[in-house]
Design a protein. Structure first.
Length: 188
């Protein structure tokens, strides 16, 4: 098993600001990985949906994980392997289940709630608002079953969202390096 506590995933429905925040973090000097689904759609606009589509996304996600597995710095992913699990009703296949067991991101996954004020469609995002709401509910129930803890990213300006995420990541890093009993304790 490969556990990467420095790999942080952004997830949620479409059109909720994940990519905008990812680009903002990249501009701040953070390492980022773009969403695989958008690349797959650009390669084959007519090939959306179904098991073959999600297998192609998962293959790209596995390749990104493997390519970066020796990195020790923070990496932020616009979606991760867990986003293919049961997506659009496609049953998980054995290779995906194995990848989810053997390639572990940080247990904290940043979940982006539906945010109507910023929701728009584009050439690659054709889902409607109801779909965005359904995906968020599915994500929130699925993540704990896969061993991840969702942390909801509040809506607001991208700078505030970035500060929230970076504060959460820094808090996690401090708690991992703090040894038991290292907090200020009264002397006896």
């Amino acid at each position: 098993m490969i556990e990467k506590p420095n790999f942080f995933v952004f997830t949620g429905g479409p059109g909720v600001g994940k990519t905008t925040l990812l680009r903002h973090l990249e501009a701040l000097g953070e390492r980022v990985v773009e969403e695989s689904a958008r690349a797959v759609i650009r390669e084959d606009p007519g090939g959306r949906g179904g098991e073959a589509f999600f297998r192609r996304i998962a293959e790209r996600d596995i390749a990104a994980f493997e390519r970066l597995r020796h990195d020790t710095g923070r990496v932020f992913f616009d979606r991760g392997l867990m986003d293919c699990y049961g997506a659009d009703g496609v049953a998980p296949w054995p290779e995906l289940e194995a990848a989810l067991r053997t390639r572990r991101y940080n247990e904290t996954v940043f979940a982006f709630p539906p945010w109507r004020e910023i929701y728009t469609n584009d050439a690659e995002r054709t889902q409607d608002w109801d779909h965005a709401e359904r995906v968020f509910e599915i994500v929130m129930s699925l993540l704990p079953t896969l061993g991840y803890t969702p942390v909801i990213v509040p809506t607001g300006p991208v700078e505030d969202r970035a500060r929230f995420v970076l504060d959460q990541v820094s808090t996690k890093a401090r708690s991992r390096t703090k040894s038991p009993g290292s907090a200020s304790e009264p002397s006896t």
